[in-house]
Design a protein around this ligand. Structure first.
Ligand SMILES: Cc1cc2nc3c(=O)[nH]c(=O)nc-3n(C[C@H](O)[C@H](O)[C@H](O)COP(=O)(O)OP(=O)(O)OC[C@H]3O[C@@H](n4cnc5c(N)ncnc54)[C@H](O)[C@@H]3O)c2cc1C
Length: 360
């Protein structure tokens, strides 16, 4: 029996990871990308690898598993670099901080409670150290675009074909089965189609009459000019989160997605950069370089959508917020389900159909 031919639509971190794992498992893979390879949300991501606060336990387990899978990929994928620099967090009121620490520590998250002196020891560049914070040494970050490109290169080395600037214009159905993808160059047939097109997935699903609750809130990041090493860790503070990239830029964001609507993003970026300058020793004179305004593919309840939409044969959806953290596990599990028919127990809560709007 020949190997399965799988088309992956989208070459962001989720498509790249799924394609890489499919190739490793022996599939023949074609990746379709409407724009440049490497993704949209992916290139505009802050890319913190974490299982931090706000998780119900099953979601925590998925996230922590994926952080472990990043370690595996680091060994297996050439050119893939992960910075396990640790995260120092105080973006919650004291009660909530303690509740998170107690709960997630009990689940096995390596949380250290720190005072101002210890915070400064971990991160000497903080100008106003918090009285109470939490440090998690096992958190990290990646350069998200570089990571997606490394996975795509690895998939191509294993025989995958990457067709850039080739949009999927529709999913071709026969009976109740997706049998291929329409493109400007014509129909491409496949045994399975993986939809990993980020916010572009909704349009293709809508065309099939499948209307899911999928949001796309904006997220702004401000990048400084490159500078000498200033920060050792990722910092999550009440005002902003900030880390230093491997190119030496300080990159900062906030969770104020709602405020962006109607606001001048350049002005917001300038204000945010001002907060970085006020927070990080050595950044006082550092200039802002540019900002990005990404959109986060976000399932309506905030949790991943991974699996076959509405029982359709031949189609598999991989869509998630926190996709950088989750890409290794979701790609691994998607490949196993597609090729071996085995659904990992960690995926059980995340069947897409829970968010179907027209299921009566
Ligand atoms: C500001 C910001 C901060 C974030 N911070 C974090 C964080 O700290 N940690 C974390 O884990 N996650 C974070 N995220 C979320 C994370 O970046 C996303 O969950 C992840 O990048 C989604 O990857 P993706 O591959 O699904 O989507 P994308 O990267 O958007 O890739 C989808 C690709 O599909 C292509 N496409 C779309 N339609 C079609 C079509 N019809 N045919 C062919 N191709 C198509 C697009 O061109 C794109 O390249 C953040 C996101 C943002 C915006």
């Amino acid at each position: 029996m020949g190997s399965k031919h799988v088309i992956v639509i989208g070459s962001g971190i989720l498509g790249a990871s799924t394609a890489w794992h499919l190739v490793q498992a022996g599939a023949r893979v074609t990746i379709l990308e409407a724009a440049e390879p490497g993704g949209m949300a992916t290139r505009d991501s802050w890319a913190w690898l974490n299982a931090s606060w706000g998780n119900p336990e099953p979601y925590f387990r998925l996230r922590i598993r994926s952080m472990q899978e990043w370690k595996r990929l680091q060994q297996q994928v050439a050119q893939l670099q992960v910075q396990w620099s640790g995260g120092l967090l105080w973006d919650l009121p004291p009660d909530a901080l303690e509740a998170y620490a107690g709960e997630h520590s009990a689940w096995g998250y390596g949380i250290e409670r720190v005072d101002a002196a210890r915070a400064l020891q971990i991160e000497p560049a903080i100008l106003q150290p918090p009285e109470q914070a939490l440090y998690v040494a096992q958190e990290g970050s990646v350069d998200p675009l570089a990571a997606a490109m490394a996975l795509l290169a690895g998939a191509q080395d294993g025989g995958a074909q990457l067709l850039a600037h080739t949009p999927a214009t529709g999913l071709r159905m026969e009976q109740h089965r997706v049998i291929g993808v329409d493109t400007p160059q014509g129909l491409l047939e496949a045994d399975e189609v993986v939809l990993a097109a980020g916010i572009g997935s909704a349009a293709l699903l809508n065309d099939l009459g499948l209307h899911y609750r999928i949001d796309a809130p904006p997220g702004l990041l401000v990048h400084s000019k490159p500078t000498i090493p200033l920060l050792r860790t990722l910092l999550m503070t009440p005002d902003l989160h900030v880390r230093q990239t491997t190119q030496g830029r300080l990159v900062a964001g906030t969770d104020y997605a709602g405020d962006i609507a109607g606001a001048d993003p350049r002005e917001l970026a300038r204000q945010l950069h001002g907060k970085v300058q006020a927070m990080v020793r050595g950044a006082e004179q550092l200039e802002m370089d540019f900002y990005t305004l990404g959109r986060r593919p976000t399932p309506g309840d905030g949790f991943p959508m991974v699996g076959r939409p509405s029982g359709l044969a031949g189609l598999y959806l991989v869509l998630s917020h926190s996709g950088i953290t989750l890409a290794p596990a979701l790609g691994l599990f998607a490949a196993a389900e597609l090729l071996q028919g085995v659904r990992d127990p960690l995926l059980i809560p995340y069947q897409p159909d829970r968010l179907l709007q027209n299921n009566g």
